[in-house]
Design a protein around this ligand. Structure first.
Ligand code: SF4
Length: 199
């Protein structure tokens, strides 16, 4: 089994989207194929582990819910697919978070796509238009463009950096609320972990 380049593994609650508030083990893979100007995620490579090594590490946590996030996990398709298979044999439910630049969901039980085509349409491809949840960082995009896709849940989320402040988002939180009132297909996603100052 191929080793996986990782940034970190930690146990917390999911702060965003459909599973907000749910305890989960987070496996953050290293590296990303995009370079969004607002990105505050550390996806530097800090360690390399095999799937078996990851499984051994996360068994100490009292949940069977794993979120594989990045960086961009689909950059390591083969190794992550093997990891997901291994997690399944041990009864884990696996959620995959991706920027949607790959069509491969790698066997994950749940897929969250956060497209970044609006950042740079030339460089940030959005290929994966089907999945469980679409999470759009709201920057006054035309929502009908994103609704032309096949997701079970649609979320709008304020763009924020690590110094999250509900009062200084642009567009403001109030503007996003008004947009959702006009487009009720969408729901509000806040980054609870930043509001609560937890990992
Ligand atoms: S796609 Fe996500 S992780 Fe990658 S640079 Fe953009 S915001 Fe950061």
């Amino acid at each position: 089994m191929k080793s996986i380049k990782l940034n970190e593994i930690f146990f917390s609650i999911q702060g965003e989207g459909y599973h907000s508030g749910t305890a989960a083990v987070f496996i953050r893979t290293a590296n990303c194929n995009f370079s969004c100007s607002f990105c505050d995620t550390d996806f530097s490579e800090n360690m390399t582990l095999t799937g078996a090594g990851i499984l051994k590490h996360i068994k100490s946590f009292p949940v069977k819910f794993v979120v594989i996030t990045g960086g961009e996990p689909t950059l390591q398709t083969e190794a992550i697919s093997d990891l997901i298979s291994l997690l399944h044999t041990d009864g884990y439910y696996v959620s995959l978070e991706t920027n949607g630049s790959s069509l491969n969901r790698m066997g994950a039980d749940w897929i969250t796509v956060s497209p970044k085509d609006w950042v740079d349409p030339g460089l940030c491809t959005w290929l994966c238009k089907q999945g469980d949840e679409l999470k759009l960082l709201y920057n006054k995009q035309d929502l009908s463009f994103y609704e032309n896709s096949d997701f079970s849940h649609y979320f709008l989320q304020p763009i924020s950096n690590s110094n999250f402040d509900l009062n200084i988002q642009q567009p403001s939180l109030q503007q996003i609320v008004e947009i959702i009132k006009k487009h009720p297909k969408w729901r509000l996603s806040l980054q609870l972990h930043k509001i609560l100052h937890i990992q």
